[in-house]
Design a protein around this ligand. Structure first.
Ligand code: UD1
Length: 422
Protein backbone atom coordinates (compact mmCIF):
# COMPACT_ATOMS: atom_id res chain seq x y z
CA UNK A 1 0.00 0.00 0.00
CA UNK A 2 1.29 3.48 -0.85
CA UNK A 3 2.49 5.88 1.81
CA UNK A 4 3.59 9.51 1.63
CA UNK A 5 6.89 10.64 3.10
CA UNK A 6 7.12 14.31 3.99
CA UNK A 7 10.23 16.07 5.25
CA UNK A 8 9.23 19.24 7.06
CA UNK A 9 10.85 22.64 7.13
CA UNK A 10 10.72 23.94 3.54
CA UNK A 11 8.99 27.20 2.79
CA UNK A 12 6.37 26.94 0.01
CA UNK A 13 6.25 29.44 -2.82
CA UNK A 14 4.53 29.29 -6.20
CA UNK A 15 1.23 28.66 -7.94
CA UNK A 16 -1.11 25.69 -7.52
CA UNK A 17 -3.84 25.02 -10.10
CA UNK A 18 -7.08 24.02 -8.39
CA UNK A 19 -9.02 21.20 -10.05
CA UNK A 20 -12.75 20.85 -10.68
CA UNK A 21 -14.73 19.81 -7.61
CA UNK A 22 -14.87 16.12 -6.79
CA UNK A 23 -18.15 16.53 -4.91
CA UNK A 24 -19.69 18.43 -7.84
CA UNK A 25 -18.44 16.03 -10.51
CA UNK A 26 -19.73 12.97 -8.62
CA UNK A 27 -23.16 14.61 -8.55
CA UNK A 28 -23.09 15.75 -12.16
CA UNK A 29 -22.08 12.37 -13.58
CA UNK A 30 -25.34 10.59 -12.55
CA UNK A 31 -27.27 13.31 -14.44
CA UNK A 32 -26.30 11.39 -17.60
CA UNK A 33 -28.83 8.74 -16.53
CA UNK A 34 -31.63 11.29 -17.02
CA UNK A 35 -31.12 11.67 -20.77
CA UNK A 36 -30.64 9.57 -23.89
CA UNK A 37 -28.32 12.24 -25.28
CA UNK A 38 -24.65 12.70 -24.31
CA UNK A 39 -23.57 14.84 -21.36
CA UNK A 40 -20.03 16.28 -21.48
CA UNK A 41 -18.30 17.57 -18.37
CA UNK A 42 -15.18 19.71 -18.72
CA UNK A 43 -12.74 20.59 -15.90
CA UNK A 44 -13.31 17.13 -14.36
CA UNK A 45 -10.84 16.18 -11.61
CA UNK A 46 -8.65 13.13 -12.15
CA UNK A 47 -9.41 11.04 -9.08
CA UNK A 48 -10.12 7.45 -8.17
CA UNK A 49 -13.68 8.36 -7.04
CA UNK A 50 -14.39 9.54 -10.60
CA UNK A 51 -13.21 6.15 -11.89
CA UNK A 52 -15.49 4.44 -9.40
CA UNK A 53 -18.47 6.51 -10.60
CA UNK A 54 -17.49 5.69 -14.20
CA UNK A 55 -17.54 1.95 -13.38
CA UNK A 56 -20.93 2.35 -11.71
CA UNK A 57 -22.44 4.18 -14.70
CA UNK A 58 -20.96 1.60 -17.10
CA UNK A 59 -22.62 -1.15 -15.06
CA UNK A 60 -26.01 0.31 -16.11
CA UNK A 61 -25.01 0.40 -19.79
CA UNK A 62 -23.82 4.02 -20.00
CA UNK A 63 -20.82 4.69 -22.20
CA UNK A 64 -18.16 6.92 -20.63
CA UNK A 65 -15.19 8.23 -22.54
CA UNK A 66 -12.53 10.65 -21.44
CA UNK A 67 -10.26 13.08 -23.25
CA UNK A 68 -7.45 15.40 -22.21
CA UNK A 69 -6.11 12.86 -19.75
CA UNK A 70 -9.47 12.61 -17.96
CA UNK A 71 -10.27 16.33 -17.76
CA UNK A 72 -13.16 15.99 -20.20
CA UNK A 73 -15.74 13.25 -19.64
CA UNK A 74 -18.43 12.40 -22.14
CA UNK A 75 -21.21 10.13 -20.95
CA UNK A 76 -23.92 8.62 -23.06
CA UNK A 77 -26.81 6.70 -21.54
CA UNK A 78 -28.83 5.80 -24.61
CA UNK A 79 -29.77 2.34 -23.39
CA UNK A 80 -29.85 1.30 -19.77
CA UNK A 81 -29.74 -2.48 -19.49
CA UNK A 82 -29.28 -2.89 -15.73
CA UNK A 83 -30.89 -0.98 -12.87
CA UNK A 84 -28.96 -2.46 -9.95
CA UNK A 85 -26.06 -0.63 -8.28
CA UNK A 86 -24.04 -3.50 -6.84
CA UNK A 87 -22.54 -3.49 -3.36
CA UNK A 88 -19.03 -4.11 -4.69
CA UNK A 89 -19.00 -0.72 -6.40
CA UNK A 90 -21.22 1.25 -4.04
CA UNK A 91 -19.25 0.29 -0.89
CA UNK A 92 -16.24 2.18 -2.23
CA UNK A 93 -18.03 5.49 -2.48
CA UNK A 94 -21.00 7.04 -0.74
CA UNK A 95 -21.85 9.31 -3.70
CA UNK A 96 -23.10 6.14 -5.48
CA UNK A 97 -26.46 6.75 -3.78
CA UNK A 98 -26.92 9.62 -6.26
CA UNK A 99 -27.88 7.19 -9.02
CA UNK A 100 -31.10 6.37 -7.13
CA UNK A 101 -33.00 9.54 -8.11
CA UNK A 102 -32.10 9.51 -11.83
CA UNK A 103 -32.76 5.76 -12.32
CA UNK A 104 -36.14 6.05 -10.61
CA UNK A 105 -37.07 9.15 -12.59
CA UNK A 106 -36.14 7.68 -15.97
CA UNK A 107 -36.90 3.97 -15.56
CA UNK A 108 -39.42 3.87 -12.70
CA UNK A 109 -37.31 1.52 -10.63
CA UNK A 110 -33.86 1.04 -9.14
CA UNK A 111 -32.03 -1.26 -6.76
CA UNK A 112 -29.12 0.41 -4.99
CA UNK A 113 -26.84 -1.08 -2.36
CA UNK A 114 -26.65 0.87 0.89
CA UNK A 115 -23.49 3.00 0.62
CA UNK A 116 -20.03 3.01 2.23
CA UNK A 117 -17.52 5.87 1.91
CA UNK A 118 -15.35 7.60 4.52
CA UNK A 119 -15.80 6.26 8.06
CA UNK A 120 -16.84 9.56 9.62
CA UNK A 121 -19.98 8.63 11.48
CA UNK A 122 -23.28 6.89 10.86
CA UNK A 123 -24.14 8.79 7.64
CA UNK A 124 -27.58 7.33 7.02
CA UNK A 125 -29.60 7.78 3.81
CA UNK A 126 -33.05 8.23 5.37
CA UNK A 127 -33.47 11.74 3.93
CA UNK A 128 -32.71 10.49 0.41
CA UNK A 129 -35.39 7.82 0.88
CA UNK A 130 -37.84 10.30 2.39
CA UNK A 131 -37.46 12.51 -0.69
CA UNK A 132 -37.98 9.58 -3.10
CA UNK A 133 -41.08 8.45 -1.15
CA UNK A 134 -42.46 12.01 -1.24
CA UNK A 135 -42.06 11.92 -5.04
CA UNK A 136 -44.20 8.76 -5.12
CA UNK A 137 -41.65 5.93 -4.99
CA UNK A 138 -42.23 2.80 -2.95
CA UNK A 139 -39.11 1.88 -1.05
CA UNK A 140 -38.18 -1.44 0.55
CA UNK A 141 -34.93 -2.16 2.31
CA UNK A 142 -33.72 -5.74 2.34
CA UNK A 143 -30.48 -7.72 1.98
CA UNK A 144 -28.44 -4.50 2.24
CA UNK A 145 -30.17 -3.01 -0.79
CA UNK A 146 -32.66 -0.21 -1.40
CA UNK A 147 -35.44 -1.51 -3.68
CA UNK A 148 -37.27 1.48 -5.18
CA UNK A 149 -40.30 1.42 -7.49
CA UNK A 150 -42.37 4.11 -9.14
CA UNK A 151 -44.35 2.19 -11.78
CA UNK A 152 -46.51 5.15 -12.66
CA UNK A 153 -43.61 7.63 -12.68
CA UNK A 154 -42.59 10.22 -10.10
CA UNK A 155 -44.91 13.09 -9.13
CA UNK A 156 -43.88 16.56 -7.94
CA UNK A 157 -44.24 17.23 -4.20
CA UNK A 158 -43.34 19.65 -1.43
CA UNK A 159 -40.36 18.18 0.43
CA UNK A 160 -39.17 19.80 3.62
CA UNK A 161 -35.85 18.47 4.92
CA UNK A 162 -35.65 18.37 8.74
CA UNK A 163 -31.99 19.44 8.45
CA UNK A 164 -29.68 20.33 5.60
CA UNK A 165 -28.36 17.41 3.58
CA UNK A 166 -26.26 18.03 0.49
CA UNK A 167 -26.69 14.51 -0.87
CA UNK A 168 -30.45 14.31 -0.28
CA UNK A 169 -30.97 17.73 -1.92
CA UNK A 170 -28.99 16.50 -4.94
CA UNK A 171 -30.89 13.22 -5.25
CA UNK A 172 -34.21 15.08 -4.97
CA UNK A 173 -33.15 17.61 -7.65
CA UNK A 174 -32.09 14.87 -10.06
CA UNK A 175 -35.31 12.92 -9.57
CA UNK A 176 -37.70 15.90 -9.60
CA UNK A 177 -36.30 17.20 -12.91
CA UNK A 178 -38.22 14.43 -14.71
CA UNK A 179 -41.16 14.14 -12.28
CA UNK A 180 -44.68 15.22 -13.32
CA UNK A 181 -45.56 18.66 -11.96
CA UNK A 182 -43.89 20.98 -9.50
CA UNK A 183 -41.54 20.04 -6.66
CA UNK A 184 -40.52 22.46 -3.92
CA UNK A 185 -37.47 21.61 -1.81
CA UNK A 186 -37.53 23.42 1.54
CA UNK A 187 -34.48 23.69 3.80
CA UNK A 188 -32.46 22.65 0.75
CA UNK A 189 -28.64 22.72 0.81
CA UNK A 190 -27.06 25.88 -0.66
CA UNK A 191 -23.56 24.56 -1.42
CA UNK A 192 -21.82 25.72 -4.64
CA UNK A 193 -21.98 22.07 -5.78
CA UNK A 194 -25.80 22.27 -5.64
CA UNK A 195 -25.78 25.45 -7.72
CA UNK A 196 -23.45 23.71 -10.17
CA UNK A 197 -25.79 20.71 -10.49
CA UNK A 198 -28.77 23.00 -11.11
CA UNK A 199 -26.87 24.90 -13.82
CA UNK A 200 -26.03 21.63 -15.55
CA UNK A 201 -29.64 20.39 -15.31
CA UNK A 202 -30.88 23.71 -16.73
CA UNK A 203 -28.40 23.32 -19.61
CA UNK A 204 -30.02 19.88 -20.18
CA UNK A 205 -33.47 21.50 -20.38
CA UNK A 206 -34.66 21.33 -16.76
CA UNK A 207 -36.77 24.12 -15.27
CA UNK A 208 -35.39 24.99 -11.84
CA UNK A 209 -35.25 28.18 -9.77
CA UNK A 210 -34.00 29.23 -6.34
CA UNK A 211 -30.66 27.38 -6.36
CA UNK A 212 -28.24 28.84 -3.83
CA UNK A 213 -31.18 29.60 -1.48
CA UNK A 214 -32.89 27.19 0.88
CA UNK A 215 -36.05 26.91 -1.28
CA UNK A 216 -35.59 25.34 -4.70
CA UNK A 217 -38.50 24.92 -7.12
CA UNK A 218 -38.41 22.35 -9.91
CA UNK A 219 -40.95 22.25 -12.70
CA UNK A 220 -40.69 18.69 -14.04
CA UNK A 221 -40.17 18.23 -17.80
CA UNK A 222 -40.86 15.19 -20.04
CA UNK A 223 -37.31 14.78 -21.26
CA UNK A 224 -33.84 16.22 -20.87
CA UNK A 225 -31.37 16.65 -23.71
CA UNK A 226 -27.58 16.58 -24.04
CA UNK A 227 -25.33 19.41 -22.78
CA UNK A 228 -21.76 20.45 -22.07
CA UNK A 229 -21.02 21.78 -18.61
CA UNK A 230 -17.85 22.99 -16.83
CA UNK A 231 -17.39 21.58 -13.31
CA UNK A 232 -17.10 24.28 -10.60
CA UNK A 233 -13.74 24.79 -8.83
CA UNK A 234 -13.06 22.44 -5.90
CA UNK A 235 -13.47 24.71 -2.87
CA UNK A 236 -12.11 22.03 -0.53
CA UNK A 237 -8.94 21.48 -2.55
CA UNK A 238 -8.71 25.27 -2.72
CA UNK A 239 -9.03 25.70 1.05
CA UNK A 240 -6.52 22.92 1.67
CA UNK A 241 -3.80 24.52 -0.47
CA UNK A 242 -4.63 27.97 0.89
CA UNK A 243 -3.60 26.64 4.28
CA UNK A 244 -0.26 25.24 3.07
CA UNK A 245 1.77 28.51 3.28
CA UNK A 246 0.20 29.19 6.69
CA UNK A 247 1.92 25.98 7.86
CA UNK A 248 5.27 26.56 6.20
CA UNK A 249 5.73 30.26 5.47
CA UNK A 250 6.06 31.57 1.91
CA UNK A 251 3.30 32.58 -0.48
CA UNK A 252 1.03 30.44 -2.66
CA UNK A 253 -1.34 31.56 -5.38
CA UNK A 254 -4.22 29.12 -5.79
CA UNK A 255 -5.23 29.43 -9.44
CA UNK A 256 -8.97 29.52 -10.06
CA UNK A 257 -9.75 30.37 -6.42
CA UNK A 258 -12.57 32.76 -5.52
CA UNK A 259 -13.39 34.13 -2.07
CA UNK A 260 -17.15 33.58 -2.51
CA UNK A 261 -16.57 29.81 -2.60
CA UNK A 262 -15.13 29.98 0.92
CA UNK A 263 -16.24 33.19 2.60
CA UNK A 264 -16.54 31.89 6.21
CA UNK A 265 -13.28 30.01 5.86
CA UNK A 266 -11.54 33.19 4.63
CA UNK A 267 -12.95 35.12 7.62
CA UNK A 268 -11.43 32.52 9.93
CA UNK A 269 -8.08 32.75 8.14
CA UNK A 270 -8.10 36.48 8.70
CA UNK A 271 -8.85 35.99 12.43
CA UNK A 272 -6.03 33.49 12.65
CA UNK A 273 -3.45 35.83 11.07
CA UNK A 274 -3.41 34.66 7.44
CA UNK A 275 -3.57 37.18 4.61
CA UNK A 276 -5.72 36.33 1.56
CA UNK A 277 -5.74 38.47 -1.55
CA UNK A 278 -8.01 38.00 -4.57
CA UNK A 279 -5.94 38.33 -7.74
CA UNK A 280 -6.95 38.18 -11.38
CA UNK A 281 -6.06 34.48 -11.52
CA UNK A 282 -6.99 33.25 -8.10
CA UNK A 283 -6.22 33.68 -4.40
CA UNK A 284 -2.78 34.58 -2.98
CA UNK A 285 -2.15 33.48 0.58
CA UNK A 286 0.60 34.09 3.14
CA UNK A 287 1.06 34.20 6.90
CA UNK A 288 0.99 37.66 8.49
CA UNK A 289 4.08 38.79 10.40
CA UNK A 290 2.31 38.53 13.72
CA UNK A 291 2.16 34.69 13.55
CA UNK A 292 -0.77 32.29 13.98
CA UNK A 293 -3.41 33.00 16.61
CA UNK A 294 -5.79 30.47 18.18
CA UNK A 295 -9.41 30.70 16.96
CA UNK A 296 -12.73 28.93 17.49
CA UNK A 297 -14.36 27.08 14.59
CA UNK A 298 -17.80 25.48 14.19
CA UNK A 299 -18.56 23.45 11.08
CA UNK A 300 -21.88 24.23 9.45
CA UNK A 301 -23.69 23.77 6.14
CA UNK A 302 -22.75 26.32 3.44
CA UNK A 303 -22.13 29.24 3.75
CA UNK A 304 -20.68 28.22 7.14
CA UNK A 305 -17.25 26.71 7.76
CA UNK A 306 -17.05 23.43 5.74
CA UNK A 307 -16.71 20.14 7.62
CA UNK A 308 -14.33 19.07 4.83
CA UNK A 309 -11.77 21.68 5.98
CA UNK A 310 -12.02 20.99 9.70
CA UNK A 311 -9.16 18.43 9.83
CA UNK A 312 -6.77 20.72 7.93
CA UNK A 313 -7.68 23.69 10.15
CA UNK A 314 -7.15 21.61 13.28
CA UNK A 315 -3.68 20.63 12.05
CA UNK A 316 -2.83 24.30 11.56
CA UNK A 317 -4.13 25.34 14.98
CA UNK A 318 -1.83 22.80 16.64
CA UNK A 319 0.97 25.40 16.47
CA UNK A 320 -1.10 28.60 16.88
CA UNK A 321 -0.56 30.76 19.97
CA UNK A 322 -3.28 30.00 22.54
CA UNK A 323 -6.15 27.51 22.81
CA UNK A 324 -8.55 26.86 19.94
CA UNK A 325 -11.92 25.13 20.13
CA UNK A 326 -13.26 23.23 17.13
CA UNK A 327 -16.84 22.05 17.10
CA UNK A 328 -17.87 19.46 14.48
CA UNK A 329 -21.59 19.87 13.88
CA UNK A 330 -22.06 17.88 10.67
CA UNK A 331 -20.56 14.48 11.47
CA UNK A 332 -20.38 12.91 14.93
CA UNK A 333 -17.13 11.02 14.41
CA UNK A 334 -14.83 13.28 12.47
CA UNK A 335 -11.85 13.77 14.78
CA UNK A 336 -9.92 10.60 13.89
CA UNK A 337 -6.98 12.78 12.85
CA UNK A 338 -6.66 14.15 16.42
CA UNK A 339 -4.79 11.15 17.93
CA UNK A 340 -2.56 10.99 14.82
CA UNK A 341 -1.68 14.69 15.22
CA UNK A 342 -1.05 13.83 18.89
CA UNK A 343 1.66 11.39 17.72
CA UNK A 344 3.35 14.42 16.18
CA UNK A 345 3.31 16.31 19.49
CA UNK A 346 -0.03 18.15 19.20
CA UNK A 347 -2.02 18.76 22.37
CA UNK A 348 -5.64 17.96 21.48
CA UNK A 349 -8.42 16.95 23.80
CA UNK A 350 -11.55 15.52 22.19
CA UNK A 351 -14.85 15.48 24.04
CA UNK A 352 -17.76 14.34 21.86
CA UNK A 353 -18.08 16.77 18.97
CA UNK A 354 -15.72 19.34 20.51
CA UNK A 355 -11.93 19.37 20.22
CA UNK A 356 -9.73 21.66 22.31
CA UNK A 357 -6.35 22.36 20.76
CA UNK A 358 -3.59 23.89 22.89
CA UNK A 359 -0.97 25.41 20.61
CA UNK A 360 2.57 24.02 20.89
CA UNK A 361 5.74 25.61 19.46
CA UNK A 362 6.60 22.89 16.96
CA UNK A 363 5.26 19.54 15.69
CA UNK A 364 7.69 16.63 15.31
CA UNK A 365 7.66 14.14 12.43
CA UNK A 366 6.30 10.65 13.20
CA UNK A 367 4.76 7.64 11.42
CA UNK A 368 0.99 8.25 11.26
CA UNK A 369 -2.08 6.61 9.75
CA UNK A 370 -4.57 8.30 7.42
CA UNK A 371 -8.13 7.48 8.49
CA UNK A 372 -10.19 9.32 5.90
CA UNK A 373 -9.78 11.62 2.94
CA UNK A 374 -9.50 15.00 4.67
CA UNK A 375 -7.61 13.52 7.64
CA UNK A 376 -4.96 12.26 5.19
CA UNK A 377 -4.27 15.69 3.81
CA UNK A 378 -4.27 17.30 7.25
CA UNK A 379 -1.42 14.96 8.21
CA UNK A 380 0.51 15.91 5.06
CA UNK A 381 0.15 19.62 5.91
CA UNK A 382 1.22 18.97 9.50
CA UNK A 383 4.23 17.02 8.16
CA UNK A 384 5.27 19.98 6.01
CA UNK A 385 5.55 22.13 9.14
CA UNK A 386 6.99 19.44 11.45
CA UNK A 387 10.61 18.90 12.33
CA UNK A 388 12.00 15.81 10.57
CA UNK A 389 10.18 13.10 8.62
CA UNK A 390 6.50 12.17 8.70
CA UNK A 391 5.39 8.93 7.07
CA UNK A 392 1.68 8.91 6.31
CA UNK A 393 0.41 5.39 5.84
CA UNK A 394 -2.77 4.18 4.11
CA UNK A 395 -3.03 7.12 1.73
CA UNK A 396 -5.47 5.43 -0.64
CA UNK A 397 -8.12 7.78 0.75
CA UNK A 398 -6.05 10.69 -0.53
CA UNK A 399 -6.24 9.54 -4.14
CA UNK A 400 -10.04 9.62 -3.87
CA UNK A 401 -10.01 13.38 -3.43
CA UNK A 402 -6.71 15.06 -4.27
CA UNK A 403 -5.31 15.02 -7.79
CA UNK A 404 -1.47 14.83 -7.96
CA UNK A 405 -0.93 16.13 -4.45
CA UNK A 406 2.80 15.34 -4.35
CA UNK A 407 3.36 17.07 -7.69
CA UNK A 408 1.37 20.19 -6.75
CA UNK A 409 3.21 20.60 -3.44
CA UNK A 410 6.71 19.67 -4.63
CA UNK A 411 6.39 22.20 -7.49
CA UNK A 412 6.20 24.83 -4.73
CA UNK A 413 9.26 23.53 -2.87
CA UNK A 414 7.82 20.86 -0.54
CA UNK A 415 9.84 17.73 0.18
CA UNK A 416 7.23 15.07 -0.41
CA UNK A 417 7.32 11.69 -2.12
CA UNK A 418 5.21 8.59 -2.55
CA UNK A 419 6.84 5.48 -1.12
CA UNK A 420 5.83 1.91 -0.33
CA UNK A 421 4.14 1.91 3.07
CA UNK A 422 4.38 -0.48 6.00
C1 UD1 B 1 -21.48 16.17 3.60
C2 UD1 B 1 -21.25 17.65 3.79
C3 UD1 B 1 -20.60 18.16 2.54
C4 UD1 B 1 -19.31 17.36 2.34
C5 UD1 B 1 -19.57 15.86 2.28
C6 UD1 B 1 -18.30 15.03 2.24
C7 UD1 B 1 -22.62 19.37 4.82
C8 UD1 B 1 -24.00 19.84 5.11
N1 UD1 B 1 -22.52 18.28 4.06
O1 UD1 B 1 -22.30 15.98 2.46
O2 UD1 B 1 -20.31 19.53 2.68
O3 UD1 B 1 -18.68 17.76 1.18
O4 UD1 B 1 -20.26 15.50 3.45
O5 UD1 B 1 -17.61 15.08 3.43
O6 UD1 B 1 -21.65 19.96 5.26
N2 UD1 B 1 -27.86 12.74 7.07
C9 UD1 B 1 -28.88 11.97 7.57
N3 UD1 B 1 -29.69 11.32 6.68
C10 UD1 B 1 -29.51 11.40 5.32
C11 UD1 B 1 -28.46 12.19 4.83
C12 UD1 B 1 -27.66 12.84 5.73
O7 UD1 B 1 -29.08 11.88 8.77
O8 UD1 B 1 -30.28 10.77 4.57
C13 UD1 B 1 -26.99 13.48 8.01
C14 UD1 B 1 -25.53 13.09 7.89
O9 UD1 B 1 -25.20 11.97 8.68
C15 UD1 B 1 -24.86 14.36 8.36
C16 UD1 B 1 -25.77 15.46 7.85
O10 UD1 B 1 -27.01 14.84 7.63
O11 UD1 B 1 -24.83 14.41 9.77
C17 UD1 B 1 -25.31 16.13 6.55
O12 UD1 B 1 -25.15 15.10 5.59
P1 UD1 B 1 -25.12 15.34 4.02
O13 UD1 B 1 -25.00 16.78 3.74
O14 UD1 B 1 -26.19 14.57 3.38
O15 UD1 B 1 -23.81 14.59 3.69
P2 UD1 B 1 -23.12 14.60 2.35
O16 UD1 B 1 -24.04 14.79 1.21
O17 UD1 B 1 -22.25 13.41 2.40
Amino acid sequence: MDAILVTGGSELNGKIPIAGAKNACLTLMPATLLSEEPLTLTNAPRLSDIKTMTTLLESFGSEVSNMQDGKVLTMSSHNLNNLTAEYDIVRKMRASILVLGPLLAREGRAVVSLPGGCAIGARPVDLHLMAMRALGAEIDLHDGYIHANANKGLKGAIIEFPFVSVGATENALLAASLAKGTTVLKNAAREPEIVDLVRCLIAMGAEIGGEGTSTITIQGVDRLHGATHRVVTDRIELGTYMLAPAFTGGEIECLGGKIELLSSFCEKLDECGIVVEQTENGLKVKRSNSGLKAINVETEPFPGFPTDLQAQMMALLCTATGTSILEEKIFENRFMHAPELGRMGAKIDVNGGVATVKGVDQLKGAPVMATDLRASVSLILAGLAAEGETLINRVYHLDRGYERVEEKLSNCGAKIERVRGQ
